[in-house]
Design a protein around this ligand. Structure first.
Ligand SMILES: [Zn+2]
Length: 410
């Protein structure tokens, strides 16, 4: 099945949901936008892209990490659709010449908000809506599909009373899903006997028993200030949506050194790079050595569908040191994509071995740190990728799409 056929299928499904709508009715655009968001969510999309072009407003959904074309809406109603989304997100409808960011609140108290971002372009405003589709799945740590060498130490780390556990990866690598699973694990292990709080931006799922707060920098309730105030709330476990700046990194590690277990996500391309970035942010090496319990680095790769075929030409292994590989084909089940579901590639780094500690104290670069971690037994993202390709779980192309063109050998 060709890519066009696949996209037509997604398009047909969406068009079918619009059949009952009458363009002459005054609430046409309101209904259209509601169904667009509803259908995107039902299809498991994480983001909705609305891109204006010469032909109209192109609608694309991000599913399993990849953008897929859905339809092109007529250019004549594009401004009304954008205006409707801006009203929903509380943005200034009369400003279309500046980027804006807002939120659409959930319809009920328990449903979650969606983030809306607009950006002026040549053909009009481009809108991206983030839906947080994945947080309902993979609820428990055991459901994440982590290898035992990562699952066991992670769950042990979550029983500790101090130190920082960082979940790191680039955007869209499932860090928040893992963070939520970790918090559920903490709640289950402690049977409600630990005081668990969170600072998030935004809250993506409600967690029973956790005192969740959403930071709002517009009101001065930012991460660093929230963390300082939280310390007076007698917390035992503090979850942080994402540490982004030196000040909150410093406060988070202070908490980790003074009797709290801190679990946070952090943006970095590898476990070693995460430590390097924290040092660059001004954290002292001795603070990292004593405060950092572990780094879990993760990437999300699409899994090959059952219709995958062997790749016999080594040129198609794209420079990966594998002995065999499979590639995507496409069938009805996978809607022609060749992939079905996703899997995690992980790295687990605990700064325990003398070699790793020495490299941290020396403020050495990420590459030296990675070599020391490998020496201490860390299995890198590349080794996991090679295993996954040889086992036929994913393709060389997918590995290169997610991990890039780097050298798989240390
Ligand atoms: Zn298939």
């Amino acid at each position: 099945m060709s890519t066009t056929a696949m996209n037509n299928d997604l398009s047909t499904r969406f068009q079918t949901t619009l059949l009952g709508l009458d363009p002459r009715k005054p609430d046409y655009v309101v209904q259209l936008v509601d169904r667009l968001l509803e259908q995107a969510g039902a299809a498991g999309s994480s983001d909705v892209h609305l891109q204006p072009g010469s032909e109209g407003l192109e609608v694309r959904w991000r599913i399993d990490g990849v953008l897929r074309a859905v339809t092109i809406l007529p250019a004549i109603i594009a401004p009304n659709i954008v205006a409707r989304l801006k009203v929903m997100a509380g943005l200034l409808t009369y400003r279309s010449d500046v980027p804006q960011e807002g939120r659409i609140a959930g319809a009920t108290a328990t449903s979650l908000e969606r983030r809306v971002s607009t950006f002026p372009t040549l053909h009009g405003e481009r809108v991206v809506i983030r839906l947080f589709a994945d947080t309902g799945r993979f609820q428990q740590v055991t459901e994440l599909g982590l290898p035992p060498a990562v699952d066991t130490p992670l769950r042990a780390a979550l029983q500790e009373t101090t130190g920082a556990v960082l979940i790191v990866g680039p955007a869209g690598s499932g860090k928040t899903t893992t963070l939520y699973a970790c918090l559920r694990e903490v709640m289950a292990q402690s049977r409600g006997e630990r005081s668990v709080v969170s600072l998030e931006d935004p809250i993506e799922a409600a967690l029973p028993g956790v005192a969740q707060s959403q930071v709002n920098s517009a009101t001065g309730f930012d991460l660093a200030r929230g963390l300082k105030s939280l310390m007076r709330q007698d917390p035992e476990v503090i979850a942080i949506g994402e540490v982004r700046d030196p000040e909150s990194a410093g406060t988070a590690f202070e908490a980790a050194l003074t009797g709290q277990l801190v679990i946070s996500t952090f943006h970095a391309g590898s476990a070693a790079e995460a430590i390097g970035r924290l040092l660059d942010m001004g954290l002292e090496p001795y603070v990292l050595r004593s405060g950092l319990r572990a780094v879990l680095h993760q990437r999300l790769l699409r899994r090959l569908c059952q219709c995958a075929q062997p790749l016999n030409d080594p040129a198609t292994w794209l420079g990966l040191p594998v002995k065999q590989a499979h590639g995507p084909t496409g069938c009805l089940q996978c809607l022609g994509t060749g992939y079905s579901g996703r899997m995690l590639l992980t790295e687990w780094l605990e700064p325990k071995s003398a070699g790793v500690v020495r490299v941290i104290l020396d403020r050495a670069d990420a590459h030296s740190l990675e070599l020391a971690a490998i020496e201490a037994g860390m299995i890198t993202r590349w080794s996991r990728a090679v295993q996954a390709v040889e086992a036929g779980w994913t393709s060389p192309l997918e590995v290169r799409r997610v991990l890039g063109l780097g050298n798989p050998l240390p």
